[in-house]
Ligand binder design. Structure first.
Ligand code: SF4
Length: 243
């Protein structure tokens, strides 16, 4: 099953808003030039949520196969010198047992974006869930049915970075893919009840400081997607009409 149209529409509205927001207003909203202040603010936020504790997660890179060729990624299919692998189901279970023995309660399952047989991953997520381990998936854009099944097996978080809020550079660095598609997947995952993780790449070639500010705005729009949905819908439509 593919992503419903309503998420593409909302993604379009959000991207339009991010692209057309006044740069000065965005810069005032995120005073990132005052680095000491920013550092203190980040520390306060962290302490509020996690205190002064160290949390460890197990990161299981189950496969480095990928059928995409993003310009910045070592797993890109154009990296023909890379030796490729995919773990077997029993190897995954063994890793989870080791994670469990170490008292780690958080697992990240990481793999490239590729059309694969997902059965062994479903079983892995179920097994981790049965051992009280919370699983996050990092495997690119998938079919909605796969998101659904992974969630039913116990996956709680999904990480999908948008890399840059600049649609032109997104398409350039993500080998022709569209930013709208990415944002639509994030909105879909969020509606399904996943905790979503996303983010940008600082210093992606050709991006500017204004792109970086817009990245921050896009993160906020995703965070409050349903609050801004009503606002953006009407604002965007009126802007589109007047252009
Ligand atoms: S889809 Fe993900 S893993 Fe594949 S090349 Fe792009 S960034 Fe790398």
């Amino acid at each position: 099953m593919s992503i419903p149209k309503k998420f593409y529409n909302l993604a379009d509205d959000i991207i339009f808003h991010v692209e057309n927001s006044d740069t000065e207003i965005i810069q005032n909203r995120y005073p990132i030039k005052d680095l000491p202040k920013l550092k203190h603010h980040a520390r306060d936020k962290r302490n509020m949520k996690y205190g002064n504790n160290l949390y460890v997660r197990g990161c299981l890179d189950f496969s480095n196969n990928c059928e995409k060729s993003c310009s910045f990624c070592g797993l890109s299919k154009s990296n023909i010198g890379l030796v490729r692998y995919t773990l077997q189901a029993d190897e995954m279970i063994q890793c989870i047992d080791e994670i469990m023995n170490l008292g780690i309660k958080n697992l990240h399952l990481v793999g490239g974006e590729i059309n694969r047989d997902w059965t062994f991953l479903f079983d892995t997520v179920s097994y981790a869930h049965s051992k009280g381990i919370e699983t996050t998936i990092v495997a690119g854009e998938l079919d909605v049915n796969l998101y659904d099944e992974l969630k039913a097996r116990g996956a709680t978080r999904y990480i999908l970075k948008f890399e840059t809020s600049n649609p032109r550079l997104y398409t350039k660095h993500k080998s022709g893919k569209e930013l709208c598609e990415r944002v639509a997947h994030l909105l879909q995952l969020r509606e399904m009840g996943y905790k979503i993780g996303t983010g940008n790449i600082v210093g992606l070639p050709e991006t500017t400081i204004n792109d970086f500010y817009r990245d921050l705005l896009l993160i906020d729009c995703l965070k409050f997607a349903y609050l801004v949905q009503l606002l953006l819908g009407s604002i965007t439509r009126s802007l589109n009409t007047s252009v």
